[in-house]
Design a protein around this ligand. Structure first.
Ligand code: KG4
Ligand code: ZN
Length: 342
């Protein structure tokens, strides 16, 4: 079959979004349906895993039906099924993996298990049709912060990742103590626009040259200590200044390490990926810093930054071209890491 006409059904259910997408070839998205549970989890201040699993069970078939209907594709037209099998919440992942296995088995088509974080990187191929490896990818999501040297579609080398809290996790925790609703990242982003990014000097970790690991737990604690000490002294804080200074510190760390990694690997392109990529200031400043050094900068459309099945379909497509398929014993792997792939 002509590879440009391969129809992939993709499924994503790793956290609080149930999503299904249909792709023709690797990059043409025929549909990308995302059903978010954010309003359900908001009243608890974060994702409740048990509730997430139950909602995925309720949503998964209607979301798949909607993706097929919107793509004007019938079940018999599907050539392969791609699904996120990790990292994520085990109960949530199992819903998508079980649905994908059942469909692949009953349609007698290949099953492709996809690493969610690789999916985030591949979202860039959907938004940037001319993008080709090699490039450096900065992955900044709720649970992970990593720098990945993408040498080819199926050849990656991990430059470094977070030792403790991911950037998104730090955004969410700082927002929570400031009384902002979940998820905190977009709230801090909004509030930071009204604040002074240089008002408070927060610490940056692991700043030695050539160190591509990240650590955001010290920064998170510094913000919490600042808020507590101001409260004890009875000094009213300027929330916008705290948000702007915290966000500025995260962004400066990300930009510094990403540009160093590009220089070390002599890449000419930098791509941004993951939920935190939706941060308006991160995208604008990283783009400006990259372009100043003559580096091409790519970034996914906002809808493809957050969790979605289209990016999983794109990753699955390139895996299947390389023969990297799964069998029906595929299981959820909650702590699946980004690793070197050759
Ligand atoms: O990639 P993602 O959708 O889920 C994971 O795979 O983890 O990322 C979700 C994270 C959350 O921590 C959320 O607060 C953060 O992305 N986020 C943002 C923004 N939009 C979402 N962080 C900063 N600024 C934003 N505009
Ligand atoms: Zn994600």
């Amino acid at each position: 079959m002509d590879k440009e006409n391969i129809i992939t059904l993709a499924i994503e259910s790793s956290c609080d979004e149930t999503s299904a997408a249909v792709l023709r070839g690797g990059r043409q998205v025929l549909s990308n349906i995302i059903s978010t549970q954010i309003p359900i989890h908001q009243k608890f201040g974060g994702v409740v895993p048990e509730i997430a699993s139950r909602k995925h069970i309720v949503n998964i078939m209607p979301v798949i039906d909607e993706a097929l209907r919107k793509a004007e594709i019938e079940l018999k037209d599907i050539n392969q099924v791609a699904v996120t099998y990790g990292p994520g919440l085990v109960g949530a992942l199992l819903v998508g993996v079980s649905a994908a296995k059942s469909l692949a088995f009953s349609l007698d088509v290949p099953l492709i298990g996809v690493n969610h974080l690789e999916g985030h990187i591949f979202a860039n191929f959907l938004s940037n049709p001319d993008l080709k490896p090699p490039f450096m990818a900065l992955v900044v999501s709720g649970g992970h912060t990593s720098l990945v040297h993408v040498k080819d579609y199926n050849n990656f080398s991990l430059m470094g990742q977070t030792r403790d809290d991911a950037a998104g996790e730090a955004f969410d925790k700082v927002a929570r103590v400031m009384g902002l609703p979940y998820p905190g990242g977009p709230q801090i982003d909004k509030l930071a626009k009204e604040g002074n990014p240089h008002a408070i000097d927060f610490p940056k970790a692991l700043q030695d040259k050539g160190n591509y690991e990240f650590s955001f737990s010290g920064l998170k604690s510094a913000v919490l200590n600042y808020l507590n000490s101001m409260k004890l002294k009875g000094i009213e804080i300027n929330k916008a200044d705290v948000a702007a200074s915290f966000q500025n510190t995260v962004i400066e760390v990300l930009i510094g390490k990403a540009l160093d990694a590009v220089a070390e690997t002599k890449c000419d392109t930098l791509v941004l990926a993951g939920g935190v990529a939706a941060n308006s200031s991160l995208e604008a400043r990283l783009r400006a810093a990259a372009e100043k050094k003559g580096i091409n900068f790519c970034y996914p459309d906002k809808i493809l930054c957050t969790d979605n099945a289209a990016m999983i379909g794109c990753r699955g497509y390139y895996q299947s071209l390389a023969g990297k398929k799964s069998d029906l014993y595929l299981n959820a792997v909650p702590s699946l890491a980004l690793q070197d792939v050759e």
